[in-house]
Design a protein around this ligand. Structure first.
Ligand code: FMN
Length: 215
């Protein structure tokens, strides 16, 4: 079913994440706070405790912001298990034309997080969603920059953050919290703009599926 947006005043956004040790969960809260500040109605959904109500919520929102810890240079097994549970929705186009974005956190400064963000973007594309970039220039990349810059690790595809492996969930870097807040606000804004556009020009009709879902 095409997604045409329902409430122009308050876009609905779900932050959908997996976190094994709590760091990504803290950043999910920051993404949610940014989206809320920008006027969205926000839900936070942990993919390892999904209920039927959560699935229904995801089917109804205007935008999803996916977050996963980086494990072994990619999304966590927990996030991938969630992704694989969406196969029928993918075939049916249940999330088609929703807005999407993503964030990831790792232990190393790089940590191969690009691979994780790429996986999240491909997941969104398989659902025919509209991926939104981070929308920030690179921080901490000049003699006057510092680790306190927004986007301190220089990602464009989404938010890439880093937390020391021996730190607690409350010890995520403040610049990373700010970067994630920015991502949430940006996606709320883009979603609102898209909803307003759709109120005068609805999303395109869905083309016929190339194959029927088998299960
Ligand atoms: C199984 C496993 C694999 C990991 N793989 C990576 C990795 O590829 N790159 C990296 O920088 N950190 C890696 N880490 C460290 C985590 O990304 C880091 O501790 C992160 O903050 C965990 O986020 P979470 O608290 O949301 O689970 C790994 C940790 C675990 C447990």
């Amino acid at each position: 079913m095409p997604h045409n947006g329902t409430d122009i005043a308050a876009p609905t956004v779900a932050v959908v994440y997996h976190s094994g040790f709590g760091h990504t969960a803290t950043l999910a809260d920051a993404v949610a706070a940014g989206a809320r500040d920008a006027g969205a109605e926000v839900s936070i959904v942990a993919v390892d405790t999904l209920t039927e109500d959560d699935w229904n919520l995801l089917d109804g929102v205007d935008a999803m912001i996916f977050g996963s810890a980086t494990y072994m240079g990619n999304v966590s097994a927990g996030f991938q298990a969630f992704a694989e549970q969406t196969g029928r929705r993918c075939m049916n186009g249940a999330w088609r034309d929703k807005v999407a974005g993503g964030f990831t956190n790792s232990g190393a400064k790089s940590g191969d997080k690009f691979a994780t963000l790429s996986s999240l973007a491909v997941f969104a594309a398989q659902h025919h969603m509209h991926w939104v970039s981070l929308g920030l220039g690179a921080g901490w990349n000049s003699s006057t920059g510092s680790e306190n810059d927004l986007n301190r690790l220089g990602f464009w595809l989404g938010a890439g953050t880093q937390t020391d492996v021996d730190a607690g969930p409350a010890d995520v870097h403040p610049a990373d919290v700010a970067t994630c807040r920015h991502l949430g606000a940006r996606i709320a804004l883009v979603t609102r703009q898209l909803n307003i556009g759709r109120s005068v020009s609805p999303a395109a009709p869905v083309p016929a599926a190339s194959s029927a879902p088998t299960r």
